[in-house]
Ligand binder design. Structure first.
Ligand SMILES: [Zn+2]
Length: 271
């Protein structure tokens, strides 16, 4: 199934939700496929997305555009890139936390569910002191800014992020340079999680061995990046094999449709 038809199917199941403004581009050069996986995660994601996506009308997408996307949309785009390579589901492994049990549990995750559009117009919540907050989802730019504050402790970072995501308080604005009260943080986190289920994923997983219920935090970003990194490693091995066997250039090998590349790899391997 092509990416385009998967997208229109997803749209049919969710009447009224917007269709993606972007699509996964066809690969034409190694630069579009090969990313530097040693970059800090927000930078890596921006690099991958800017190389692999184009606007739905075929127009160019800049890194600046992609930094402005919500973290949820960036995740959805990553999932689209992974599913463009033919994957429909992928799995994570968690260890059982019960004492005396070292069972590993496999979790199967559905890529189509992550790829569902979930654009949110406005997120509102009431804090215990009665104020009504309007919130927004975090963006790539927020993540990049937080990277620079790495010296702050975890609570400091969470509070800084929560403050950045408050759009208004009772219709007015937060006082400039004032962090939000610490007691707002859990309310803000809950409201964001309810509007962004793909990103904040915690599941209770029952151990098949001992029956213990394990709360498992699933880092979808990391899992998707791992998958893309494995694909890149596989591509490097194919390039190495085919360049050695046929003296083809890196760009000629990457430019081959995947099924043809795999066919040649099969032929060379059988020599
Ligand atoms: Zn167990």
């Amino acid at each position: 199934m092509t990416d385009e038809s998967m997208r229109s199917d997803a749209h049919k199941e969710n009447k009224g939700l917007p269709i993606d403004r972007w699509q996964v581009a066809h690969i034409r050069s190694p630069e579009e496929l090969i990313a530097d996986y040693s970059l800090p995660r927000p930078h890596l994601i921006t690099e991958i997305l800017s190389r692999r996506l184009v606007m739905a009308d075929g127009g160019h997408l800049s890194e600046d555009d992609i930094w402005q996307w919500s973290v949820a949309e960036r995740l959805r785009a990553l999932a689209s890139i992974v599913s463009d390579s033919g994957a429909s589901e992928f799995s994570a492994i968690a260890a059982c936390l019960a004492a005396d049990c070292d069972q590993l549990i496999q979790l199967n995750l559905d890529l189509a569910a992550i790829r569902q559009p979930s654009d949110v117009d406005g997120i509102y919540c009431f804090v215990s002191s009665g104020e009504r907050l309007q919130l927004r989802l975090p963006t790539g730019t927020d993540q990049r800014t937080l990277l620079k504050l790495r010296d702050a402790d975890d609570l400091g970072l969470v509070r800084e992020m929560a403050t950045r995501l408050v759009v208004s308080v009772d219709g007015g604005s937060l006082a400039p340079d004032t962090p939000c009260p610490p007691e707002w943080i859990s309310t803000i986190e809950t409201a964001l999680a309810a509007n962004d289920p793909a990103y904040y994923t915690e599941e209770i997983v029952t151990c098949p061995e001992c029956g213990h219920d394990n709360p498992v935090e699933i880092d979808l970003e990391e899992l998707l990046i791992d998958r893309l990194m494995q694909q890149q490693e596989q591509l490097f091995q194919q390039i190495d094999l085919l360049a050695t066997a046929y003296r083809w250039s890196e760009s000629a090998i990457v430019g081959l449709p995947e099924w043809r590349r795999e066919r040649y790899v099969g032929l060379v391997s059988r020599r």
